[in-house]
Design a protein around this ligand. Sequence first.
Ligand code: MN
Length: 327
Amino acid sequence: MNKYRLPFNLDDYHSVYIFTHIRPDGDAIGSSLALGGALKLEGKKVEMLCADEIPARYSFLPGIKNIKDYLPPLEGKGLAFVLDCNDLQRVGYFQGAVSKFDKIVNIDHHITNDQFGDVQFVDAAASSTGEIIFQFMQDNGLQLNKDISLNLYVAIASDTGSFKYNNTTPLSLRIAAELLEEGVSPSLVGRKLFDEYPLSTLLLLRDALSTVRFDSDKKIVWVNVYEKMLQSNKAKSAELDGFINYLRNVEEAEVGVLFYHTDQGKTKIGFRSKNIDVAAIAQSLGGGGHARAAGVTIPGKPETVVQNVLQAISVKLEENDFLLPAK
Ligand SMILES: [Mn+2]
């Protein structure tokens, strides 16, 4: 217990700024809202910041309207929390601002976390940052309520794929049980978070899947999404989240890759695997992430980028370098 107890007095800070990563997901958003809500109950002046648009599917979350994409001026000493970021670059254009805070608390569960900050609460065995926030709140005497519980549940459900990914542990489910006891409705979260999508998402999925390719062993399955596909369907890039699962879920496949070629000459690449360490592949290309879910952005011609990335994956597959022994 008290693994996540702050080594300084929270009372020393009146203003608390909570930062999270660009292209925010449910864990980033839910964790920020939960911690922000809990610190507000303590009488803190809380700012929650994200340097990117919040996807519409999270609009049902309590407090979501309070997340800002600009930095309100700081009065007096400031405490910064940085959530769900493996390095400070992940906060996007807030990076310079974060480094000026008196104290930075780094709360994260990415194996590639580079230990930035004055206090590190990093646990790669945690399913989600939300799971760490729940324990952080307990260890520092912060109170739960229904709204905070909903945000934490969304954080954990989001990163565990509704408690079905490999990172789901007995602790994840024990915490989820406590959140349900606070009044969280799992069916509401399931519908809002996993089932529903706007028509633009379905049309974008149709276009993305029309580009499906696979290697000769069907071990790597990939799609190429171009920015013009988003424009013609009036879709936002956040709507691509989850598409990659269609690729990784192919029975024969080991790795799914989504290439998103932007008009700025950069390709954003998402990896999902069953049993191979894609964080290592992403890292070797300058990115990061988790063993089975990672990403990287690479400049260059789309065809060249695709070729280089597929080559890096093939090498890894040929090495038979599996996370768990192959059956
Ligand atoms: Mn996360």
